[in-house]
Design a protein around this ligand. Sequence first.
Ligand SMILES: *[C@@H]1O[C@H](CO)[C@@H](O)[C@H](O)[C@H]1NC(C)=O
Ligand SMILES: *[C@@H]1O[C@H](CO)[C@@H](O)[C@H](O)[C@H]1NC(C)=O
Ligand SMILES: *[C@@H]1O[C@H](CO)[C@@H](O)[C@H](O)[C@H]1NC(C)=O
Length: 686
Amino acid sequence: MKLALLLFLIGFADSCLRFQSVIDLITVPNCLCPPIKLLDQQGVQTNLDGNYLKNMQIWKPTIGFSTEKECEFNVICSEVPGASSFSTMMFRENGNPIYLNRVVNTQNTFFEQPRSMDTLWCGQDTDGSYKWIYYGQPQEDLSFACVADVDSCKCPKINYADNYVVLDERYPPDHCSMYSTGCIQEDPYFPFLYATGESRNLVINSASHMAGFGMTVYEDLLCVKTSESTFQWHYSNLPLNDVSIKCNTIKNEFGSEIYCGCGAFQWIGSYDQVVARDRKKQYVGAEIKSMLYNIGCEFDMLCGDGDAVVFSDNYDPIEAPSQLYFKCVDNPLSVYSHMWLVNGVRLINPAAGCLKKIPSVSTPNCLCPPIKLLDRFDVEDNGYGSYLRNRETWQPTIDMEPSSSCFFNIWCFPVPGVSSFYTVMFRSNGSPLYINRIVNNQSTFVNQPRSIGDMKCGLDTDGTYKWFFHDYPITDMSFACQADVESCNCPPIVELPSHPALLETRYQGAPDQCSLYNAQCEDRALLPFLYSNNGTINSGALGPTFYEDLTCIRETYGYFWYYFNQKLENLKIGCDTVQNAFGSGEVCVCGNFPLITSAEQLNRYDRQLEYTNASIGTYSFQPSCEFNMNCEEGYTAVVFSSNYKSLKVVGIPVKCTYNPLSSLFRMWVVNAVRVLNPAGACLKLN
Ligand SMILES: *[C@@H]1O[C@H](CO)[C@@H](O)[C@H](O)[C@H]1NC(C)=O
Ligand SMILES: *[C@@H]1O[C@H](CO)[C@@H](O)[C@H](O)[C@H]1NC(C)=O
Ligand SMILES: *[C@@H]1O[C@H](CO)[C@@H](O)[C@H](O)[C@H]1NC(C)=O
């Protein structure tokens, strides 16, 4: 008799399938919202976030309507032959499936059917059309299906290895691994699900904790048939391998407190946290910006700069221009369970932050990090470059050879109203480098595009590829074009009365450019220098002297001359010898490079007081255009300068080398940093 009935039901189900395909769409009476779809197995196959269920037995539910309230409906999944355990699921095109109801052994695990959802209602979208709205989020193609849950004994056994876990079988004997669990230690210890997935370790706080009973259940844990012969545990839509259950605290495991009943929620405060979660490499090189939020069961996260992004273990990152709204809501499966929702999508282990993607240039063959293109805000955030923050800034064009050589060229094209500008390289471990200067639409040296000498991509000792400038690795290499239009606002440059230089205007009539001079000394034995309250500058000119690195910069309170990144107040131009002006002789075109021999000298150069009372070594080397600072055993080679912090030099020569702005100038470079008025020392801290 039983067998006959079963056969009859199968036959009935079969004939219904064909028949039902015409009633796929259910119009809710007196409701402006689109019809609801009922999905069978084929319908689930084509659902983007639901097709992991495609090999399961799936059938259509029945929809009931309210006679009192417009647009209200409910869903019933009834048993079909071969499936006495099953779930009711909601599908949509713009989100993952939401599990609405669970039946095990013909018994509802929590609520009775039919199930209605008061969080799903019919409302108007921003374009005026009527849509089904789930927790505030318009749903595309709202659909429902019944999914069999009959394979749990075929999934790998869950390991309850931890001695501290207390187990109770929930539905003996035919449903495997349906347990309620607890921990021998009380709150705040909870039994967490541990698993691996996509070569990551996963920890899931099921958040179905019945505090009164000291019990945790896993309503969302489903054994999914992934092919004809393979089965895999899923927690909601997150696939899990090697599942085990162990006791721990949320604080230990997630480093955060419990937020509402939803469990851990993490804030992204460092780039490492992004790298750990950015599985599709969408945020390589992104900057972490500050965020504003008031944590609660429902809260906004606001970003002043950058996009609001939330990562999770079970969904692609969700991104919005400056704001995301987080909700910790009831899990429809049980009142003891809650879940995080963002844009109507259920997220497991969300981690959110404000991230700013910086445009960058790279080619597949170049193994070095992408070259970033900065805007004004990025310049403001750049340690040694932030003095350039008030300049109009735009992106250069970078052309990289498709070969593995990584050779690249840079162009800055003029922007409206700006006829004088620089191309500038920024980095996080050095000061900016001026690469090219345009005055009055004219390159002051060779025409663009420009490349940088002694810049290459290479393997660093840590096994990663990096950009190297003069053999030293540079971090976060980036470029920007910056207007240079303030010079007529700066104080006029005057001649030093005691040793005047002969000045000749370089760009007659150039708009936005005052005081651009060629300088000469009447006495050919002397050189023109820049004098100021903040020191004297030798421009390192090979022949005639002019000042490519001299530029007028607007600050909050006024305009100031800067030579490269050194501010010069009360600027004058005068003539003298290197010996007189700097107290020691010239070692190369770059100027002098004294070696410190007395405590008095050391104290003068050591502005950061890093080497107070250090022992000064003896020098077995002499500065030249390129030299190694090899100190005796126990002593460290240090270079001080007027424009940068002290630099420890290990194994890299100090060079007087080309200034990228023009082959007519030389500059001192130490650890890829341009230093002004350097002095070297071998020092040992006592
Ligand atoms: C500079 O070039 C731009 C674009 O070609 C042009 O609009 C502008 O008038 C030029 N400025 C000068 C001073 O020649
Ligand atoms: C430059 O020198 C003046 C006068 O000695 C001083 O007030 C100012 O702080 C110095 N500026 C810098 C950037 O060192
Ligand atoms: C440096 O030496 C002087 C004199 O010996 C001493 O008074 C001072 O405390 C020392 N400073 C440091 C930082 O060791």
